[in-house]
Design a protein around this ligand. Structure first.
Ligand SMILES: [Zn+2]
Length: 359
């Protein structure tokens, strides 16, 4: 019969080997806990079981075996603690290596936005007019029949209304989206009756029932109005020439052709020497060498009379004051400046188009 202590020592050696294998296979905190339960668990741990079995040994053998088993228990605990610490250190090192910042790398520049090409053109126009002594006046995008047509010498049956069919606001009798910024003329004169001297531009959105490559149901105009004693057609021509030369350059000739608008008399259409071919004739100017750029004219006396009637007194006396007005499309200017042939590109929100313009 073998010595019970020898037998126990053999079991301890076997357990140590078993423990080393199990520890080598554990990869994470749960794995370590499972190893601990397997060997040191209170109910079914292998070492715990052996400790219990000591009760049947003689006192000397029990003391020696107890020392042996406690040493095994402490070794197992120490080895598990060491393995846990090593795992924690390894995962911290991995995280640090992963999160390491290379401060020598170039930064990532944030994407800067830019102004819309139409905003750029509108602000350029405003700058030119401000430098010429004009005031920038904001009109109303939702307006009414009186300001949009009637006060501008277009009574309800006037045929010129057909060219400016617009959108009406449902449920609000007479409310409409303005078809041109000329409404700003009337609104400004009504709200600024003293003195009867006016020099304004009114930039803004206008609306018409048109939709094709050169017409958009919403587009932008700039209206100009100058009123005062002794304003002449010569002032109109000089002002428009100065403005167009500031905008496009002094090398382009400006031409005036007689035309018709209900709210000006005489009325003139303004052409600019083609900026694409320099006047020789090309596809853009349809071989004429000229590009239509704006409509203008001397303010019709009927417009002053309509304002006076609404004011209830004579402020803009057509015998005392005269004036001129002109209006042009902001999209038209932007299309000419950048060689764009489809107005819808401005409102398509396509970044491939918009990013072609300088920031
Ligand atoms: Zn041309």
């Amino acid at each position: 019969m073998s010595d019970p202590l020898d037998a126990l020592q053999a079991k301890v050696r076997a357990l140590r080997e078993e423990f080393e294998r199990a520890l080598g296979e554990a990869r994470d905190p749960q794995g370590f806990q499972a190893v601990k339960d397997r060997f040191l668990g209170r109910k079914s741990g292998a070492v715990t079981g052996l400790l219990r079995s000591l009760a049947g040994l003689a006192e000397d053998a029990r003391r020696d075996a107890g020392r042996e088993l406690n040493a095994l228990k402490q070794d197992i605990e120490a080895r598990l603690d060491g393995a846990r610490e090593a795992l924690t250190a390894r995962s911290r090192d991995e995280r640090l290596a992963h999160e390491r910042v290379d401060v020598t790398l170039p930064g990532r520049p944030p994407v800067l936005g830019r102004r819309h090409p139409l905003t750029v053109v509108r602000e350029e126009l405003e700058e030119i007019f401000l430098s010429m002594g004009y005031e920038v006046y904001d009109g109303a995008e939702t307006d009414d029949d009186y300001h949009c047509f009637e006060a501008l010498n277009m009574p309800p049956d006037h045929p010129a209304r057909d060219m400016q069919d617009t959108f009406y606001v449902a449920g609000h009798s007479g409310a409409l989206l303005r078809t041109h910024t000329s409404t700003g003329q009337i609104r400004y004169m009504l709200s600024n009756p003293h003195p009867p001297v006016v020099r304004i531009i009114c930039p803004g959105k206008v609306f018409r029932r048109d939709d094709d490559i050169t017409h958009s149901p919403m587009f932008q105009q700039v209206e100009a109005l100058v009123v005062g004693p002794g304003i002449t057609l010569g002032d109109l021509k000089g002002s428009i020439e100065a403005f167009l030369h500031a905008l496009f350059g002094p090398q382009y000739p400006v031409r005036f052709r007689s035309s018709f608008f209900p709210y000006t008399e005489p009325s003139v259409e303004v052409d600019l020497g083609c900026i694409v071919c320099g006047g020789k004739g090309c596809r853009v100017c349809k071989g004429t060498g000229w590009l239509e750029i704006m409509g203008s004219g001397m303010v019709h006396p009927a417009v002053f009379e309509a304002v006076n009637a609404r004011l209830g007194r004579m402020v803009y006396d057509p015998e005392e004051v005269t004036g001129f007005a002109f209006g042009l499309g902001i999209e038209r200017v932007a299309m000419m400046k950048h060689g764009i042939d489809d107005i819808r590109l401005f409102y398509g929100s396509d970044l491939r188009f918009l990013e072609q313009f300088p920031a």
